[in-house]
Design a binder for this molecule. Structure first.
Ligand SMILES: [Cu+2]
Length: 76
C-alpha cells in the first residue's frame, strides 16, 4: 500500500494581472483530477497546487493554457 501524502507544488504562471485572472486559473487547476487546493500569488506570479498525487506537468500546463495564461518552465 502506498503512502497517501499530499503533494504541494509551485508553478510559475505568466499573464495574471488581476483577481479575475486568479479566479480563472484557480478554476481550471481545481478541475484537475486529484487537486485539493490551489493558491495563487498574483504579485509573485505563481500557482501553488496541493494534490493527492504528483500531477503531470503537462496537465498543469494545459489547465493554465485553458484559462488563457502560460506556465513558464516546469516546476518553480
Ligand atoms: Cu485579470
Amino acid at each position: 500500500m502506498t503512502e497517501q501524502r499530499p503533494v504541494v507544488q509551485t508553478y510559475t504562471v505568466t499573464g495574471m494581472t488581476c483577481e479575475h485572472c486568479v479566479r480563472a486559473v484557480t478554476e481550471e487547476l481545481s478541475a484537475l483530477p486529484g487537486v485539493d487546493e490551489v493558491r495563487i500569488d498574483l504579485a509573485g506570479g505563481t500557482a501553488t497546487v496541493t494534490s493527492a498525487a504528483p500531477l503531470p506537468v503537462e496537465s498543469v500546463r494545459a489547465a493554465v493554457d485553458e484559462a488563457g495564461y502560460e506556465l513558464v518552465g516546469g516546476v518553480a
